[in-house]
Design a protein. Structure first.
Ligand code: NAD
Length: 271
């Protein structure tokens, strides 16, 4: 038996949205190395999704790529039925897909506002609803997990830190927090666990301009007491834990993975 088959998620089936880039790709690798079969959802750049599937399979894992725009109801429903048809069910959902459409508040267009809400918040609603329906239908399978299903919602430190110039993004992530907690409260009796991860600054394409020059990186590091930028693998390790029975008594929680960004670093010397 390979190492993958003995991992904490052995036999479980996971779906990661926006998994062909950045944090989503690292999370998909992490879940696969922990033994889960993983759906790599993508909306653009299919070749990157296929490349990741091949990489996971080469390491002894199992994966498949499925297209869906997470903000489109029929796309999401087709993706879930494709997964359930192929693998029988779903055990783990990671709502990772997210975008920014930044603008000064007075110049922000309705389309910039709506697009961010649709992907970052409505996308989590549509995917979580499909997963929850299947978790509730199937119930607990004790050989696989103590829970009937696990959902991890990718939020951001901006669920609590206001962010000028990014009002749509911060509002969407504040929404993700209350969405996650309310669904966790409603579904706990079905043994469905729902948790959030709030990453700080993680080195991915979404925030390239914040780390790609030495000047930008130095300015970013002033906000991070732990004095390093996060890597996608930092988020992947925590996601595996939240998806596994190691965290069985955890639901409705947000795990901040931010090198201390939410510790008000300006108060180290002031106050
Ligand atoms: P990224 O841009 O590398 O990845 C985002 C992914 O979402 C991409 O694969 C993209 O194609 C996908 N996506 C966008 N719209 C989609 C749609 N409609 N349907 C399906 N997929 C869609 O950025 P990332 O940093 O890896 O971001 C992943 C998540 O982490 C996002 O929710 C983001 O808000 C959150 N986050 C990132 C950071 C950071 O510092 N990188 C910090 C806090 C939170």
């Amino acid at each position: 038996m390979s190492e993958v088959n003995k991992g904490p998620l052995a036999g479980q089936r996971a779906l990661v949205t926006g998994a062909n880039s950045g944090i989503g790709a690292a999370v998909a690798r992490g879940l696969a190395m922990a033994g889960a079969k993983v759906v790599i959802n993508y909306v653009v750049n299919e070749p990157d999704a296929i490349k990741l599937v091949n990489e996971i399979e080469k390491s002894g894992g199992q994966a498949m790529a499925l297209y869906a725009d997470v903000s489109n109801e029929s796309d999401v429903q087709s993706m879930f039925s494709g997964m359930i048809e192929a693998w029988g069910s779903i055990d783990i959902l990671v709502n990772n897909a997210g975008i920014q459409r930044d603008a000064p508040f007075v110049d922000m267009t309705l389309s910039q506002w709506n697009k961010v809400m649709e992907v970052n918040l409505t996308g989590q609603f549509l995917c979580t609803r499909e997963a929850a329906r299947e978790f509730a239908r199937r119930g607990v399978v004790p050989e696989l997990s103590c829970a009937a299903g696990k959902v991890v919602c990718m939020s951001s430190v901006h669920e609590v830190i206001p962010w000028a110039g990014h009002v749509n993004y911060a509002a969407s992530k504040g929404g993700v927090m209350m969405f996650m907690q309310s669904v966790a409260q409603e579904l706990a009796h079905l043994k469905i666990r729902v948790n959030g991860i709030a990453p700080g600054a993680i080195r991915t394409p979404i925030n390239r301009n914040a780390w790609e020059t030495p000047e930008a990186e130095a300015s970013l590091l002033k906000l991070i007491p732990y004095e390093r930028i996060g890597e996608p693998a930092d988020i992947a390790k925590a996601t595996v834990w939240l998806a596994s029975d190691q965290s069985d008594y955890v639901t409705g929680a947000t795990l901040f993975i931010d090198g201390g960004m939410t510790l008000y670093p300006g108060f180290r010397e002031g106050g």
